[in-house]
Design a protein around this ligand. Structure first.
Ligand code: ADP
Ligand code: MG
Length: 406
């Protein structure tokens, strides 16, 4: 439980401070992973601790070796890493927390307590927007929102950085505990309805751990005062985000079916100018089998480019923004790409990627189709294969959604 700081409190925070925070947060997540997974078992799929450990442990290794010119660059890189590796809904959500905070900090080499407050508020707003969630929905927002508000209120009443973070940590802890009697309205726990009542939300709990780690980092050692930023590799260029992996089983230009060696390309050496389709599923097999089914139902035998991003990069169940990005780039011909997702984290991952498309520079217009996965995949691919433009392809997805089965 945070106690008021006794010594001088940091006046500004540099890259080294945020690096120490991420290291500490990673240690805490590693230590508490089993508890987070236990919390995710009665109201989720028992993977939150494993998801967080995977993302933070590998992310910490990345930021340990790469120099970053400013706190903002460090947090953005860490956020991109989380969206690619965590696998569950927490990936795009915490990825957004880090990227939003990083973007708000801009290129500043040191961050004032007020700027940290702005970054926290922007991070919370980003999560709420991406997850369409509000306080009371029994999610991480129930810990993050009071933490951000308590921090700003404490600063406003004259507290120093460490004391304001202590107030934030207390508010986050209380916010996490307050999720116990709530009925879940977002995320996997919402599938349980009334049965979600009586359990603490795993994401609110991990958020409280991260805010407590931020407080502990400030309390442990005062950061340099204004004008005394430590060297953080500023002279070197920020490391590039890890390059996107090769697309999975994609039938785009260069892909298996229409690659340079295929019969189609030899006979008609023109670029495929149709809308591309990407299927994003939690499982590699589901994505691949759905793509096969959709291809088989294209009557002409000449399907538009279709790519898949199924499962995580290591083959496990989940979603990876890096795989989505690779698949989109692979099927894009400049006419737009329609993405179909299965559940929760797949949708959040794609939305987060689109929101950040400035950073990732997706090649052309990318839209998410709101339709059931299998029916939507068939409808979208069949329509795209006719050469229809992206608006028409999206209408086909709407038709697939509206089709009643009883
Ligand atoms: P998944 O639910 O995909 O298995 P995790 O178990 O890693 O992902 O993360 C679950 C946590 O994510 C939940 O406890 C909740 O706090 C958070 N979460 C899920 N969906 C949302 C949402 N729409 N908005 C805010 N937070 C969410
Ligand atoms: Mg889970």
């Amino acid at each position: 439980m945070p106690v008021p700081a006794e010594g001088p409190q940091p006046a500004v925070l540099d890259t080294a401070f945020f690096r120490r925070w991420l290291e500490r947060a990673t240690e805490v997540i590693e230590r508490e992973a089993d508890r987070l997974t236990e919390l995710d078992s009665p109201i989720g799929d028992a993977d939150h601790g494993a998801n967080m450990r995977r993302g933070f442990t590998s992310g910490a290794a990345v930021v340990r070796t790469d120099p970053y010119p400013a706190p903002g660059a460090l947090l953005k890189a860490f956020g991109n890493h989380l969206t690619s590796t965590v696998g569950g809904a927490a990936g795009p959500l915490y990825g957004t927390v880090m990227r939003r905070a990083g973007r708000t900090m801009g290129d500043a080499e040191t961050i004032t307590p007020e700027q940290l407050g702005d970054a926290l508020a922007a991070a919370v707003a980003g999560v709420r927007r991406l997850g369409d969630s509000a306080p009371g929905d029994k999610t991480m927002v129930d810990a993050l929102t009071p933490a951000s508000e308590a921090y700003t209120a404490a600063l406003g009443s004259g507290a120093g950085l460490t004391d304001a973070l202590a107030a934030a940590a207390r508010a986050a802890d209380e916010g996490a505990v307050a999720t116990v009697p709530m009925l879940a309205r977002r995320g996997r726990a919402s599938y349980l309805g009334e049965r979600s009542i009586g359990h603490q939300d795993p994401g609110a709990t991990s958020s409280a751990l991260l805010i407590n780690a931020l407080y502990a980092t400030a309390a442990e050692a005062p950061a340099p005062r204004a004008g005394q930023a430590t060297a953080t590799g500023r002279e070197e260029a920020p490391a590039e985000a890890p390059s996107a992996p090769a697309a999975q089983g994609t039938d785009g230009p260069g892909g298996a079916a229409t690659g340079p060696e295929s019969r189609q390309d030899r006979d008609a050496p023109r670029r495929d100018e149709r809308v591309g389709v990407v299927l994003v599923a939690h499982s590699r097999e589901v994505a691949a089998a759905t793509a096969d089914l959709a291809r088989a139902l294209v009557g002409t035998g000449d399907p538009a480019p279709i790519g898949t991003a199924g499962g995580r990069e290591d083959g496990g169940v989940g979603t990876s923004s890096a795989l989505v990005e690779a698949a989109v780039k692979q099927v894009d011909n400049g006419r737009g790409v329609v993405v179909l997702c299965d559940m929760g984290s797949a949708v959040l991952t794609v939305k987060a990627l689109l929101a950040e498309s400035g950073a990732h520079a997706l090649p052309s217009e990318v839209r998410i189709a709101d339709a059931p996965f299998v029916e939507g995949a068939v409808a979208v691919l069949v329509t795209a294969s006719t050469g229809a433009d992206i608006d028409v392809v999206m209408t086909a997805a709407d038709d697939a959604r509206a089709y009643r089965k009883i």
